[in-house]
Design a protein around this ligand. Structure first.
Ligand SMILES: Cc1cc2nc3c(=O)[nH]c(=O)nc-3n(C[C@H](O)[C@H](O)[C@H](O)COP(=O)(O)OP(=O)(O)OC[C@H]3O[C@@H](n4cnc5c(N)ncnc54)[C@H](O)[C@@H]3O)c2cc1C
Length: 375
């Protein structure tokens, strides 16, 4: 049997891969979107209001943001002081944001990509690609029905922080720090009604809490993986530590621990690739640049870079030779702006400046994109 042929294979069906698939199929390109669906489920993420506008431009806002999510009316933070500061979405021209059910959100985006004309292979892993004599790629896919091969001219790496394709193609990944999240889902509270997410800093990191669409609550503790504060043995230990906070405790305590719950860990460091494109490949979303979750910009950036990369690739295939370089330049500029903001925000917390977690983040924002910790 001969291999199926596509112009573009997209590895990864999160927001970045789906945005790229939507834009490319609408531009008339033949696209296969393969999503492994592996990795721990993403819980408790909020989507900033402007993302609604972007999803509307992609023609999928109603579908992706319909029932199943909760509105997010802003963010509360106790950062730099023990008092709560509120940034309400009333001041946002795009209205409110969302507390996402990420599984639902991603599934709906993949459904929309399929409806737009992309072939979508769920629970399917893209294996390391091989070059073909005609300068294209041969890609092995492993899915529920076994293994098969397809051929394509271009690969888009939308595999998230793993950057599975780009790193196989020789790109180097650099991390900014060792930030890690330990998170726990608490018991449901039927009358819980809390429209804001909350951040509270502490001596060795910061806490985040948000209501989940199922009326459970997420608590998450962010610190550096190499610090003693990262050692959490179980739900009870995380719970006891959380009880030392002021504002997170006030929201979490009424929920209580869910029986049998186990904390999960997730890498949360900022990271970037030394290059976002190469011969026959391009990286989007977290695969190219991953932000510290404090920014709440990850899903938005995934959608924007997925869309921009698709437009750039389409323009390149139509003969605009600078299109891919322009894409890389724009993403780099956005990442540099994020690094500046990240430093400014951490400067605003001066209460524990001598503690390692904060001291590491207060050293100048002058680090260049070529620096960092190679992984
Ligand atoms: C603890 C934590 C909290 C966060 N909170 C927020 C928040 O509140 N708001 C926000 O906007 N962002 C948040 N983020 C960031 C957000 O999760 C990411 O930025 C976003 O998911 C990136 O989307 P993506 O499409 O690039 O990658 P992902 O969402 O990671 O999707 C990658 C997909 O690729 C698939 N895949 C991987 N390898 C392969 C392969 N070889 N073949 C096929 N498929 C593959 C995976 O199964 C996955 O479905 C948070 C991140 C963390 C770690």
């Amino acid at each position: 049997m001969t291999d199926a042929r596509y112009e573009i294979v997209i590895a990864g069906g999160g927001p970045a891969g789906c945005a790229a698939a939507l834009a490319l199929t609408r531009a008339g390109r033949s696209v296969l979107l393969a999503d492994a669906g592996t990795g721990p489920p993403k819980v408790g993420e909020s989507l900033v209001p402007v993302a609604g506008r972007l999803l509307a431009d992609l023609g999928v806002a109603r579908q992706a943001l319909g029932s199943g999510h909760l509105p997010c009316y802003g963010n509360l933070s106790a950062w730099g002081s023990s008092e709560l500061h509120e940034v309400h979405s009333l001041s946002d021209p795009y209205g409110h944001g969302w507390h996402l059910d990420r599984q639902l959100f991603d599934r709906r985006l993949r459904t929309a990509a399929r409806a737009a004309g992309a072939d979508v292979a769920e629970r399917t892993t893209v294996r390391p690609p091989l070059r073909t004599p005609d300068g294209g790629w041969r890609v092995e896919l492993r899915g529920p029905a076994g293994a098969r091969s397809v051929r394509c001219a271009w690969l888009i790496d939308a595999t998230g922080r793993r950057a599975a394709v780009a790193t196989r193609c020789g790109a180097r990944r650099h991390t900014r720090d060792r930030l890690t999240a330990t998170h726990l889902t608490l018991a449901p509270l039927p009358d819980a009604a809390d429209g804001c997410s909350l951040v509270e800093s502490g001596p060795d990191g910061w806490w985040y809490t948000t209501l989940l669409p199922c009326r459970r609550r997420l608590i998450a503790y962010f610190t550096d993986a190499d610090l003693p504060s990262a050692r959490v043995c179980g739900a009870e230990q995380l719970w006891q530590r959380m009880l030392r906070t002021r504002h997170v405790r006030a929201r979490a305590e009424p929920h209580g621990l869910a029986p049998g719950s186990v904390p999960r860990r997730a890498p949360a460091y900022g990271a970037h690739l030394d290059r976002l494109r190469g011969d026959g490949w391009i990286a989007v979303g977290d695969a190219g640049t991953a932000f510290d979750p404090l920014s709440s910009q990850g899903v938005l950036t995934a959608l924007v870079t997925g869309l921009n990369a698709a437009q750039a690739l389409d323009a390149h295939l139509r003969g605009r030779t600078s299109a891919l370089a322009d894409y890389q330049h724009r993403v780099r500029a956005a990442y540099a702006a994020y690094l500046g903001d990240h430093h400014t925000v951490h400067q605003q917390e001066g209460r524990w400046a001598e503690r390692p977690f904060w001291a590491r983040r207060l050293v100048g924002a002058t680090t260049r994109l070529t620096e960092g910790v190679p992984v």
